[in-house]
Design a protein around this ligand. Structure first.
Ligand code: UTP
Length: 295
């Protein structure tokens, strides 16, 4: 049995890098092959044993909320038509009664602010945070790997990935005290450091297991970079009192919040599907170079 039962999914961001698509479609509903990003995140949480799903949503995200609701008319119609495969495809969108809670973040004041919205629902147990725009492809879900590792070390745990020094300025970066296997004990975290100032090349990506102490910390934290309440700053402030460990997960991470990462993820997931990969490969071979570049 897992000791981590609750997961927070911050889905209130504006997704400006995907405009105009995200003008009316939540970023988390962008589709990789045939499933929206949020489905990958929820599936990963289920694999890790999560039982309570908390979405921190915002105005204009109705499609995201409807997605996990029953679609009675659609299901009745599919049943009448005998479309059993299509009905089965809906199974992952069903949530057990009471398992999903949707909160609203009134203003996009940062990831830390989004997580703080869940305070009353979390209580005093450790919980997971999953950013659905970080999609991780691998044999075993990244969160399930972290839950196993967290059982031994406790405290705050962040997923880490080795990046090039030039890229450190895009991430929260770990200041590593010592490293054992997949675990890196941190003496601090720095948000988006310049390449020459980065304390390591271990970047934090969108999976966390947090001690509930983070919620009190967020209550007293001052806004950081961009005037937003930064989750990284809150974790950093807890290094001495709670302890912070980086976990180098097994799997490939795609930044589906960026157009480039999303396109790469689409290609990687297509190549992984037995029913798509040959066609996809043949198509890409034929279109290696565009015939005409449009400015
Ligand atoms: P991003 O930094 O990707 O911001 O947020 P964004 O607004 O979603 O996208 P861009 O940068 O404008 O394109 C990282 C995660 O934190 C959530 C987002 O939904 C995403 O899962 N988030 C961010 C919130 O829930 N609330 C916020 O105030 C900020």
């Amino acid at each position: 049995m897992t000791h981590i039962r609750k997961a927070v999914f911050p889905v209130a961001g504006m997704g400006t890098r995907f405009l105009p698509a995200t003008k009316s479609i939540p970023k988390e509903m962008l589709t990789l092959i045939d499933r929206p990003l949020i489905q990958y995140a929820v599936d990963e949480a289920r694999e890790a044993g999560i039982e309570e799903f908390i979405f921190v949503s915002a105005a204009g995200k109705g499609a995201l909320e409807d997605y996990f609701d029953t679609a009675a008319a659609l299901e009745t119609r599919l049943e009448a038509l005998g479309k059993t495969d299509a009905l089965a495809a809906l199974a992952p969108t069903r949530m057990p009664e009471g398992a999903l809670t949707i909160l609203r973040q009134a203003q996009p004041l940062g990831l830390g602010h989004a997580v703080r919205q869940a305070k009353n629902l979390i209580g005093d147990e450790a919980f997971a945070v999953i950013l659905p725009d970080d999609v991780i492809k691998g044999e075993r879900g990244a969160l399930a790997q972290m839950v196993d590792a967290h059982r031994d070390v406790g405290g705050h745990m962040v997923a880490t990935m080795d990046v090039s020094r030039a890229d450190t300025s895009k991430y929260g970066v770990l200041d590593v005290e010592n490293e054992t296997g997949r675990l890196a004990h941190a003496r601090g975290l720095v948000e988006k450091p310049r390449a020459d100032l980065a304390p390591s090349t271990k970047a934090v990506i969108g999976r966390y297991i947090l001690d509930s102490a983070i919620l009190d910390r967020l209550d007293t934290l001052r806004p950081g970079a961009g005037g937003e309440l930064q989750l990284t700053d809150a974790i950093n402030a807890d290094v001495a009192s709670v302890g912070v460990t980086g976990f180098r997960f097994e799997g490939q991470r795609f930044d589906c919040g960026s157009v480039q990462g999303y396109v790469q993820a689409t290609a990687a997931f297509a190549m992984d599907r037995a029913d798509l990969c040959d066609d996809y490969q043949a198509f890409m071979n034929d279109h290696r170079r565009p015939l005409r570049l449009v400015a």
